[in-house]
Design a protein. Sequence first.
Lengths: 498, 331
Amino acid sequence: MLADLIAGFSTMFQLYNMFLVIAGVAMGLVFGSIPGLTATMAVAICLPITFVMDPSSGMALLMGLYIGGVSGGLIPAILLKLPGTPSSISTTFDGYPMAQKGEAGKAFGFAIICSFLGGILSIFVLILISPPLAEFALKFGPIEYFAITIFALTLISSLSEGSIVKGMLSALLGMFLAMVGSAPIDAFPRFTFGMYQLDAGFSLLPALIGLFAVGEILIISEKKINPLAQKMNTKLKGIGVSIKDFISQGWNFLRSSLIGIGIGILPGIGGGTANIIAYATAKNQSKTPEKFGKGIADGVVASESSNNAAIGGALVPLMALGIPGDTVTAMLLGGLVIHGLQPGPIFFTQNTDIVYGIFAALIIANIAMLLFLIYGMRYFIRILSIPRHILLPIIIALCAVGAFAENNRVFDIWALLFFGILGYLLIKFKFPIAPVILGFILGPIAETNLRRGLQLTDESFWPFLTHPIAAVFWVIAIGSVVLKAWGNHKKKKSLGGV
Amino acid sequence: MKFVNPRFLFFAIFIGMFLLLAACSNSTDGKASENGSDDYPEKSITVVVPAGAGGDTDRNTRTLAKNLEDELGVSLVVQNVNGAGGSTGTRQVLDADPDGYTVLAFHDAALINNVLDLTDYSIADDFEVAGIGILDKANTFMVSGDSKFDNLQDMVAYAKDHPGEVKVATETGAFTHLQLLKLQEEADVEFNIVDAGGAADKIKALLGGQVDVVPTSLGLVQEYVDSGKMKSLGVMSDERLELFPDVPTFKEQGYDVVFDKIFFWAFPPETPDDVVNKFSDAMEKVVKENGEFADKLKGYGVNPEYVGPGEAEKLIKETQNNYKEIYDSSK
């Protein structure tokens, strides 16, 4: 295996391939850092280009784009409170408050190092134990997926600042908006009011950037003083994080990376969910949960290690079994197939040169990403010196371009506007936004898998509780809700006693 | 002195930008070239694929599109317009300008969507069909490597004795769903038809043991057959396939179930005939004469097969009527 890996590196160290990986990372970072443009889009745009390259070179470019695209999201998340990609939603929760406190350098330092280490850890998992992990992931059928999504939805309680009722309402709103369009399975049109544009429902991207980016921009533009330029230290020295700082985050980092890998492996859930779940878990397990959302490094660590770890995770079922784990890996599969390479159970042993070339490309891309971001940090931060009346319209324009480009539909620009105004209103009325997006992503997964599961069990609910893996998630889900309720109850009591 | 409330002004600019951006994207393709089809094509052609990047529909389309570029001398820009089982992309082409610069590349799903009343337009009646370039004849039923079924007869016999017990995965309302309905009718059996999603999801469901049988295309699962993880129960082609000579047909196993997946190209309604013909001629040239194209398709396990505009329209109509019959009799 080591020999294969060395062979893989020697392929990737060829000047042309090296150039492609590094160019891929650079372009990916640009796509990731612009709200509205995502890793998925970068890969989709470059996929046809790789058709004319040899498979190793093509994969070199795509891996660079994938790593860069997922990592770039941390820049606007920390500086502007705008998630560049779905993968960096929860980086905004603490990264931005940190930057507001003048700790932008520290936030960047943690985010970059965790992105790098989370990515590397997941790549080693991918190289070393893909086949057994992929076999395990196969055990997750509709019944298990349903249990997991319900478990993930219970995390809403930790994502709701203040009122849990408002958090639940937000999540229900997200689920409702996801129901618009063709129903899963029977394609029955719901809430479309006869408008055929709504047949496909709202796509995730306009919903996400509408709620987070456009809504946030409307809020910022209300204020007279530019909060972005507010006494922020735009000079940075080093990477802002000491080794001691990092060691204190060790367990948080490891847990979040494992969550990222685990969610990445399950086909169909992906990095957008991983970072929210890792964040909520970090908050739940923290001794100081009240500091989350106010600029605590733990939040940035959780989000950024999990989203990069999800990359290696998503590649596990693709490489070991030929099953794509998310939209990006689905396109990577296409990129391999067009060269006559069909990933499947014997792909690993039959195409060792390409497989280990991909591993090598991933490692190189991660290192390139680390260097780009560390050296780029001091330049990114200058974005803040651009006056807001110039910066914000540019971002809005890029959001609209991104919304359109995903599916080449003008309708998605209107959807973006709708979600932007919705996001603005939600923020105004102090409803948390993260549960909306969690409900939007998880609602359809839960519904589809519930209905598929019922088809498998002849309409019986009983197996949903008795399947062992599902049962474990039900116990965790119920346990965490009960604990949370008990904690709240105790808090109220002690407050009452004072 | 305040003339306008700045907050209001911001909102006005904000909404204005959306209007502008939305308008931009419409105005570029608004002007059709009026100087006849002699010069066609004189700019790049947009190919709408109503499926995601990386799937077999996308792969087949891009391979043909790439070779068409050499024939037509302009670039073909493939756009993936995913959503609503393909009707979003189909609808987009239906509403596009009939100038020959927007073309739909899709397959049987468009016919089935109409049969199921999910769309109110049909490919044969409303579109200008340019032709068929690729047929996928290797439609098959797969079982896992350790399944007790070795061929179609085994499976049907078991299903006869145990009605509703054999779990067969499909994507409800998709091409494979009709194959199942047809076999149920032909063999007089009852399966437990369960939804498992698209091609990759179905493979996962079979490998994970959640279902017993998965209908798919052999080209997509060859690796699993080679590794012993899956077995094929047969193909739904008229006769044995050159690419998979060892796989028996459903027909020779006693069930007259024949399905070919048609990958067709169609222009918006009222596209001039000579534009359509010019495009179709280019298709014919690639499909019939281009050896590199044929080799590529061989690797995918599908067949290059050209059917011209008129014939293709007839074939599509017949196929759709056939699907309607199968669907109606299953109700």
